[in-house]
Design a protein around this ligand. Structure first.
Ligand SMILES: NC(=O)c1ccc[n+]([C@@H]2O[C@H](COP(=O)([O-])OP(=O)(O)OC[C@H]3O[C@@H](n4cnc5c(N)ncnc54)[C@H](OP(=O)(O)O)[C@@H]3O)[C@@H](O)[C@H]2O)c1
Length: 382
């Protein structure tokens, strides 16, 4: 390999097993851009979908051809054409490169890393300096790489309706700013996260650090034990052995329900979330791990065994629920989140680190759901 070339993985969106390690010409940053040497890349469920050609629900993105997968990286600026970051600065990518503040716009979706834009599973990449944030010093490259999608999505699921700069924090004897309609000033809200993947574990960490009550579901008793032991989860429910986990949520909350629900399950979990959300609570619609299409008759039932089509209208008004589609979050909320992480000393949970040459194994490992928290690929560095 010549000094003006570097290694990168590409996918034809035709299967994880077919991703290719190749070489590319070293790019040169233009005005407003920086060249970054990538140290660590964390994987998201989305990356497995992209590599398998299954990421088709955002119609506007299309199914472009060969591309470098993945979006979340921690690296170091090696050449700068922007006053925003000097050479040597440690940086993190933001997922939608143009989403800097406010609600995400459809046009921002065209700036997503790892589809439709070229991603970060490479030794080097040029970024607009605006598409990066400064990396907190106290985190390792591997830890910090976990934050752009998983951390920010979890942050927005809890704090998306809070004013910027005033996240929920009940650790100082009450919320520092309680103009959130959901919560009575004296009542500590409960956050329910589904599963122990990247977003949910980040949600547990954020909620616990903010002094909120936490409930976690998982298919594994071992992972549930870990969530309680290491992350302070108040209640842990196995959704395989307790398929009616919504009843357990109601029981453990004294029939109040959960104020914030991380809906990562989709087709088979949404009904249950409606059955255990608190009055005035928020269901953050994040993912669809149990399927994108609701089945005509839910084999697991729900709401006391009733199956059939979900009438979202009735379910939402029954308890004055806010159903919020979450699409990551803007740069300013990412920076707000980093301040919170720093002040609370939160370290993202890295389940396993793979070498750069082992990217295929890493993606397979994530797709098999063996992890707790995040799976990371170490690209370079110490
Ligand atoms: N909207 C957004 O901005 C956004 C951002 C990130 C992710 N997402 C979506 O959110 C979902 C999770 O992403 P991720 O990156 O955190 O995934 P991940 O790390 O791969 O997490 C997967 C975990 O979810 C749990 N799970 C699987 N099926 C489940 C079910 N039916 N009910 C409850 N939990 C279930 C499993 O946990 P256990 O092993 O503990 O059972 C599994 O290990 C994906 O659908 C992803 O596309 C959306």
């Amino acid at each position: 390999m010549g000094s003006s070339s570097f290694k990168q993985w590409t996918t034809g969106q035709d299967g994880i097993d077919k991703i290719q390690l190749g070489e590319a010409e070293m790019p040169t940053p233009k005005d407003g851009e920086v060249l970054v040497k990538i140290h660590a890349v964390s994987l998201n469920f989305r990356d497995t979908e992209v590599c398998n050609g299954e990421y088709g629900h955002h119609k506007s993105l299309g199914q472009s051809s060969t591309l470098v997968p993945c979006s979340d990286m921690c690296g170091v600026v090696t050449e700068s054409r922007s006053p925003r970051f000097k050479s040597g600065a440690r940086v993190l990518s933001i997922f939608n490169q143009t989403h800097l503040t406010g609600q995400v716009r459809e046009s921002d979706m065209a700036s997503g890393l790892g589809l439709p834009l070229q991603g970060v599973l490479a030794e080097y990449r040029v970024f607009p300096a605006d598409g990066l944030v400064a990396c907190p010093e106290y985190l390792s490259d591997e830890e910090a790489s976990c934050l752009p999608i998983a951390g920010v999505t979890a942050w927005m699921s809890i704090n998306g309706f809070q004013p910027l700069g005033q996240p929920l924090d009940f650790t100082k004897g009450g919320n520092n700013n309680n103009n959130n309609n959901n919560n009575n000033k004296d009542e500590v809200p409960t956050v329910l996260v589904q599963g122990t993947g990247g977003v949910s574990v980040a949600g547990l960490q954020i909620a616990h650090a903010a002094g909120l009550r936490t409930i976690v579901t998982s298919s594994s008793d071992e992972k549930l034990d870990r969530a309680k032991r290491d992350l302070g989860a108040s209640t842990a429910i196995n959704y395989r052995t307790h398929w009616a986990w919504q009843d357990a949520v109601m029981e453990t909350t004294g029939n109040r329900g959960a104020d914030y629900i991380f809906e990562v399950g989709g087709a088979r979990t949404l009904r249950k979330s409606f059955d255990c959300v608190a009055f005035g609570g928020t269901i953050a619609c994040i993912g669809y791990l149990s399927g994108k299409q609701e089945e005509e008759a839910d084999p697991e039932g729900g709401g006391g065994g009733a199956g059939g089509r979900l009438n979202v209208n009735v379910m939402a008004l029954r308890r004055n629920v806010t159903l919020k589609g979450i699409l990551n979050g803007p740069r300013d909320r990412f920076e707000e989140m980093l301040g919170f992480y720093r002040s609370k000393g939160i370290r993202p949970v890295v389940s396993k680190v793979f070498g750069f040459d082992e990217a295929r194994d890493a993606l397979r490992y994530l797709a098999e759901g063996k992890h707790f928290g995040k799976v990371v690929i170490k690209v370079a560095g110490d």
